[in-house]
Design a protein around this ligand. Structure first.
Ligand code: ZN
Length: 81
């Protein structure tokens, strides 16, 4: 059996814990960023009433109709807040 000092054992487990927490944080951050990019790609904001609605990019529609005020809107990128 290999003798391991208690201090080294504690530091080892703390390092493993910090690594796991940082890894989970980075994974969560990456997933949220990916989801936000997708939402911005499918979202269209009405130029009249300001309503944001979704339109799948596979439809390839250049002009869509706002579901609230029935105004035709062109597909543009949503602006950062
Ligand atoms: Zn509208």
């Amino acid at each position: 059996m290999i003798p391991i000092p208690l201090g080294s054992l504690i530091i080892f487990f703390m390092a493993v814990g910090v690594t796991v927490v940082c890894g989970l944080w980075f994974l969560s951050f990456w997933r949220d960023r990916k989801r936000e990019v997708y939402r911005r790609r499918i979202a269209i904001q009405c130029r009249i009433c300001g309503t944001a609605y979704a339109c799948e990019p596979k439809h390839k529609l250049v002009v869509t109709i706002c579901p609230v005020c029935r105004t035709p809107n062109e597909r543009n990128k949503l602006q950062q807040i």
